[in-house]
Design a binder for this molecule. Structure first.
Ligand code: ATP
Length: 499
């Protein structure tokens, strides 16, 4: 497909997401907040189905993985030890002409010359490091009214620092770029600078010992987590693809050093299977073997799993063999042993880890892009029209089944349709719709990807043919084929198809 038609396709997807309640710009009525998004009624269902399926296959269906749910606010010591405070940065470039701001890799033109992507100017600043972490403060003082800061000698513990009576109000102290400081209230209460986590992984490493003890797992075993992460991206773009607030689905799979490379291959394959099982075909997925020069220095191997988005081939997930780097760093910085004792060999060592780290929002976007299609279908009068359909895999579709009485002013049809709603609702998301022509109701559900539609008609009431009493029409979204099924079989048929 040409670049223009792919751009148009993306525009249609963004517009559909808003029109039908998948994704809205955050704080839209105030002009929006760049790089931050809200999910509407259908978006939240899609996102939950994705996360639930990931949790099911990564945690529930395995014996060797347990879950956790860590905090978002993170002690700076954790992120100093992991290297984020020092080094979690991108190179930033400013355009002196139009004052726009870019990541250094975005200003390199086709012939290698540096050029502003917005105005074309070559008057750009030299690249400089920009730390992507977002900070906040904890403690009962309003940092907005704190015009000055005092550097506290105490590190970030819960111990209150005695106030200096000579200080009439908080005073500003110099603080180096990477050295978060505490702020001291005149009354003596300390508030502290903390970070919003830039990835979920670090809380897993920091809780490794606790979880090892309570779960009594033996190597190899994993700890999984789904949760929010925050990065002050220089240039959020491509809809939700690069956001400042997003969710990750991460697994830290701990192992013996000799198992690392083999498990890297294993998890790459498992993750590819996962994407296929939610409806992303293998042909649209690509595995990039990240070259030595571009890998984190501690990683012995990293694969990026990429997807062909309408705006180009981009990363969905990274699968990295991180060696024992993270646990060793935290062991060193905290002074607490994070070793594993192998009862068979009687050896103690810091486990190695393989990490599949996927983005929830990026995968939701890939699912929507993959599902979006337009085809031709006949309207009520037999005239062909363009049908917009989201061909979601039934497993992740936000609504599984639409339920329609043929006529809304026939109490018997409505009553039977509502009985079917009650029958299905405890088991799946359903949508009851009685307004408009039946063809139009089908289209509305096609457009949001509902895989099945059930119509209650006069045959259900047994008016034309007693043999058809208590049967309904079951319509399949993609083929638009209709079959007659018994109401008593309906639940089982649908449960099998959406499993
Ligand atoms: P990129 O190179 O695209 O910035 P990354 O290599 O920094 O991504 P990781 O740190 O490996 O990303 O994070 C793991 C996953 O988290 C990514 O594969 C992606 O799915 C998701 N992710 C990372 N940054 C963002 C973001 N700004 N917005 C949405 N998802 C993100």
């Amino acid at each position: 497909m040409s670049a223009t038609s792919e751009t148009q396709r993306m525009e249609k997807i963004v517009s559909l997401c808003k029109r039908r309640g998948f994704i809205f710009q955050s704080s839209e009525i105030y002009g929006g907040l760049n790089g931050v998004w809200d999910y509407g009624p259908l978006g939240v269902e899609l996102k939950r189905n994705l996360k639930n399926y990931w949790w099911r296959v990564v945690v529930h269906e395995r014996d060797d993985v347990v879950g956790m749910d860590g905090s978002i606010l993170t002690h700076p010591a954790v992120l100093r030890a992991s290297g984020h405070v020092e080094g979690f940065s991108d190179l930033l470039v400013d355009c002196r002409t139009c004052k726009s701001r870019w990541r250094a890799d975005q200003v390199v033109g086709k012939k290698g010359a540096r050029q502003c992507p917005r105005c074309g100017s070559k008057d750009l600043t030299e690249p400089r490091e920009f730390n992507l972490m977002l900070e906040t403060h904890i403690g009962s003082i309003d940092p907005r009214s704190t015009s000055t800061y005092a550097e506290s000698a105490a590190s970030l513990t819960s111990v209150a620092v005695p106030s200096d009576p000579s200080v009439g109000g908080p005073i500003r102290a110099t603080r180096s770029e990477n050295q978060p400081s505490d702020v001291m209230h005149p009354a003596g209460e300390q508030i502290a600078l903390v970070y919003l986590r830039p990835e979920t992984a670090q809380s897993i490493f920091v809780q490794f010992k606790n979880i090892l003890e309570v779960s009594r797992k033996k190597l190899p075993f994993g700890i999984a987590q789904i949760g929010k992460a925050f990065r002050n991206e220089i240039n959020p773009r491509n809809f939700t693809f690069r956001s400042r607030e997003f969710e990750q689905m991460e697994l830290e799979y701990f192992c013996r050093p000799v198992q690392g490379m083999e498990l890297l291959q294993y998890w790459k394959e498992e993750r590819l299977k996962f994407y296929e099982n939610i409806g992303i075909p293998r042909s649209k997925l690509h595995v990039l073997n990240v070259p030595d020069m571009e890998r984190a220095f501690y990683s012995k191997g990293t694969y990026d799993i990429e997807y062909d988005f309408p705006f180009g081939r981009q990363e969905l997930e990274g699968v990295a063999y991180r060696t024992d780097y993270d646990l060793s760093q935290h062991q060193k910085a905290s002074g607490k042993s994070l070793e594993y004792f192998d009862e068979e060999t009687k050896q103690r060592f810091v486990p190695h880890v393989v990490e599949p780290s996927a983005g929830v929002d990026r995968t939701v976007l890939a699912l929507i892009c993959e599902a979006y299609s337009e085809d031709q279908a006949a309207d009520e009068k037999g005239k062909m029209e363009t049908r917009v359909v989201l061909r979601f895999h039934p497993r992740i579709a936000p609504v599984k089944c639409g339920i329609f009485p043929l006529l809304k002013n026939n109490p018997q049809l409505v009553a039977r349709a509502k009985e079917i709603v009650d029958l299905l609702r405890p088991h799946m998301t359903v949508f009851y719709d009685e307004s408009g022509a039946i063809g139009r109701r089908y289209r509305r559900q096609d457009e949001v990807g509902t895989p099945f539609g059930v119509t209650v008609d006069f045959e259900t009431l047994g008016e034309k043919n007693a043999a058809l009493r208590d049967t309904v029409t079951l319509r399949e979204r993609d083929s638009m084929k209709q079959e007659r099924v018994k109401i008593s079989d309906l639940l089982q048929i649908l449960l099998t198809r959406i499993a």
